[in-house]
Design a protein around this ligand. Structure first.
Ligand SMILES: NC(=O)c1ccc[n+]([C@@H]2O[C@H](COP(=O)([O-])OP(=O)(O)OC[C@H]3O[C@@H](n4cnc5c(N)ncnc54)[C@H](OP(=O)(O)O)[C@@H]3O)[C@@H](O)[C@H]2O)c1
Length: 344
């Protein structure tokens, strides 16, 4: 853990720092001369928003095969058609993946294994919602389920598959698995005391942004811990953040009777200060192509490696990380099956 990054934390994680970066940090130009010819990428939630734009940018760099993992065949087909028209030489496939359904995650994982080679994987699918909803089978709150529980499950299922894939040909680099987080995690006030799951599933304390920020904080902490178990020579794992982006679908799932703030103020805030979708998605491409092994286990934002959330720098946070790991492994034991033996 870099001492300099820790020093940067107070500024990087402050509201002022976040807004400053939104407005004044210029997009880093893409490294010149990169060709992704012969390579494969998989992007979840790629029927719209940042996932679709990241897919487009990868194809623009000459990617040969793209798997668009989506939960609706129709909207996936529609998005794929647009890309196929622009990039007729690429093999663009639409695969079904519902992050709220473990059967779907398992079926997807099996298909993924059959790809033989995957150079880049972006776990981008996530939700925000003003309405508390329990998952009908797992009983977990739905935002927590999709953004954290299912995302770390998929990540743990895919990492060993990637490790075992023997890439040949042009690329000798390890495959990259990038999980989309958010710098709103810095604003999370989630207490490290006590078990995590009951608190995240509690309708009494549910609030849209709090749940979203907390889910992304937990994601960063878990992925950091996971990355300690997987060598960057086998798979590079990182968490990337597009920053606040205007014009995506994330603002959906509002309240039935939204107040002034939700109806007018928040959308105006995002519209005024948000980056373009192109700019936000370019952070994903940076996390895949530019940071390499030094970005393993790290948080990549504003086209650079950024500090972890405060909890990871203090003793109670380290203990919390361990408890979160144990609690999550216990929860996911049945869904992980034999794969659980690969993790300790
Ligand atoms: N926009 C921002 O300001 C911002 C800032 C920081 C981080 N992020 C992160 O960036 C990522 C992309 O967000 P976005 O802004 O592009 O929002 P978006 O347009 O709503 O995209 C989210 C994607 O996730 C998919 N998804 C949601 N639930 C799913 C499920 N159960 N199974 C499979 N796919 C599911 C959505 O599919 P459907 O279309 O079928 O719903 C959609 O394709 C998210 O991880 C988000 O947290 C966004």
């Amino acid at each position: 853990m870099s001492a300099q990054l820790e020093k940067d934390l107070p500024w990087e994680s402050s509201m002022l720092g976040i807004l400053y970066k939104q407005l004044f940090v210029p997009q880093k130009p893409q490294t010149k001369g990169i060709s992704l010819s012969g390579q494969t990428a998989v992007v979840t939630g790629s029927n719209g928003g940042l996932g679709l734009e990241a897919s487009r940018q990868l194809l623009q760099l000459g990617l040969s095969r793209l798997i668009m993992a989506v939960r609706s065949q129709a909207s996936g087909d529609e998005a794929a058609e647009v890309l196929r028209n622009k990039f007729p030489h690429a093999d663009i496939q639409v695969w079904l993946l519902d992050m709220a359904d473990y059967h779907s995650i398992h079926a997807f994982t099996k298909r993924y294994q059959g790809l033989g080679r995957v150079d880049y994987t972006i776990l981008n699918a996530a939700v925000q919602s003003s309405n508390f909803e329990h998952h009908e089978r797992t009983g977990h709150e739905l935002v927590f389920q999709v953004n954290y529980v299912s995302t770390v499950l998929l990540c743990m299922l895919l990492a060993p598959i990637l490790k075992d894939m023997k890439h040949t040909g042009a690329t000798v680099k390890p495959p990259v698995l990038s999980i989309v987080g958010s710098d709103t995690m810095y604003l999370s006030k989630f207490s490290p005391a006590g078990p995590v799951f009951p608190r995240m599933d509690n309708p009494g304390s549910y609030e849209r942004m709090t749940q979203y920020m907390d889910s992304k904080l937990l994601l960063m902490i878990f992925i950091n811990r996971l990355a300690q178990q997987i060598g960057p020579d086998d798979v590079i794992i990182n968490v990337c953040n597009p920053g606040m982006v205007a014009g995506t679908g994330l603002g959906r799932n509002g309240s039935q009777n939204p107040g002034f703030v939700e109806k007018y103020l928040l959308p105006l805030f995002v519209k005024t200060l948000g980056r373009s979708v192109q700019s936000g998605a370019s952070v994903y491409i940076h996390a895949l192509l530019d940071e390499g092994k030094k970005g393993h286990g790290s948080f990549i934002s504003d086209w650079d490696i950024k500090p972890y959330p405060r909890l990871l720098y203090v003793n109670e946070g380290q203990e919390f990380s361990e408890r979160l790991w144990q609690e999550t492994m216990e929860e996911l034991r049945p869904a992980l099956g034999e794969v659980i033996g690969l993790y300790s």
